[in-house]
Design a protein around this ligand. Structure first.
Ligand SMILES: C[S@@+](CC[C@H](N)C(=O)[O-])C[C@H]1O[C@@H](n2cnc3c(N)ncnc32)[C@H](O)[C@@H]1O
Length: 279
């Protein structure tokens, strides 16, 4: 078994309002319309810029803002970074403002706005998701974000973290009392992998690698040529999995149920290939 990464106590959360079936803390929205979970509070422009910087938004990105208010985050992403954007808000007045603001900013062709619940929108197309919601909403969204977003996508949140998922980057705007968190969606690595790997001595070894994953943290052991070999310095960022085995550092790319890559050794073989398939 891999090292007991998960040996520490599991963090438990109080049941979410929705899980409790208790919606009394929410606002009934426009009579018969769906319930709104968090009121409209816009993100200050300087924080918007920080969010786009921290998430490294560029022209190839598709930025979703879940609960987009007046659309300022996706409009700024389109205007200042050349990205495309999708804003989602349950409040029709906000969606109307978004459309007007997009026209004023001359980016109506790069952004679109959906009047619907953020819990029901498919975010699979997004490479960046922005959040300025209540902590329990971030927590409730987490499984959906991890399931739908591609590895390497970023989630950037203003002010509230996503429960016990450690952020990859945290920027504190101390004078404003604001915090920006950013996570990179990790590939799924947990479990046993059938592996062939050339080690530094030039021998092609076959066996299994067992990985234990908690978000972007991964630990593992290898059983190769019938002997256990420790894996050190494992790091996962998006789909990039790096680790050291028998003194060689391997750089691999996870793609669905396989990963492959290579390590480098000055002698005797140069490139040392590694391939693995999920069992
Ligand atoms: C705190 S504001 C953030 C606005 C914008 N993202 C920003 O940072 O400037 C939260 C927004 O979420 C919207 N909202 C609340 N509950 C929602 C839900 N269930 N589905 C979609 N939007 C929701 C509200 O109407 C509000 O505009």
């Amino acid at each position: 078994m891999a090292t007991a990464l998960l040996g520490r106590p599991t963090v438990r959360f109080a049941p979410l309002p929705v899980e409790r079936g208790d919606r009394t803390a929410n606002w009934q929205f426009h009579g018969k319309r769906p319930i709104r979970e968090v009121p409209y509070v816009p993100t200050p422009d300087v924080v918007v810029r920080t969010m786009l910087d921290v998430a490294n938004v560029g022209e190839k990105d598709v930025v979703y803002d879940l609960g987009c208010g007046d659309g300022r985050i996706v409009i700024a992403a389109a205007e200042s970074r050349g990205a495309r954007g999708v804003g989602v808000d349950i409040d029709p007045r906000r969606i109307q403002e978004c459309k007007t603001n997009a026209i004023k900013a001359r980016v109506p062709d790069r952004v679109r706005f959906l009047e619907q619940s953020l819990f029901s929108v498919d975010v699979g197309e997004a490479s960046v998701v922005a959040l300025y919601l209540l902590p329990w909403m971030n927590t409730q969204l987490r499984p959906k974000l991890l399931a739908e977003l591609k590895p390497g996508s970023r989630i950037v949140a203003h002010q509230f973290a996503i429960s016990d998922w450690p952020a990859d980057k945290i920027v504190r705007l101390t004078e404003l009392g604001r915090v920006v968190y950013c996570w990179t969606v990790p590939a799924k690595c947990n479990g046993r992998w059938q592996c062939s790997i050339r080690t530094g001595d030039g021998v092609l070894r076959r066996g299994t690698i067992e990985l234990e994953q908690e978000f972007q943290t991964v630990v593992g052991v290898a059983k190769l040529s019938n002997r256990e070999m420790p894996i050190d310095s494992m790091a996962l960022s998006g789909d990039r999995l790096t680790f050291s085995l028998a003194g060689v550092t391997y750089h691999t790319r996870v793609s669905g149920d396989s990963f492959r890559g290579s390590g480098h050794c000055s002698s005797p073989r140069g490139e040392l290939e590694v391939r693995a398939r999920h069992l």
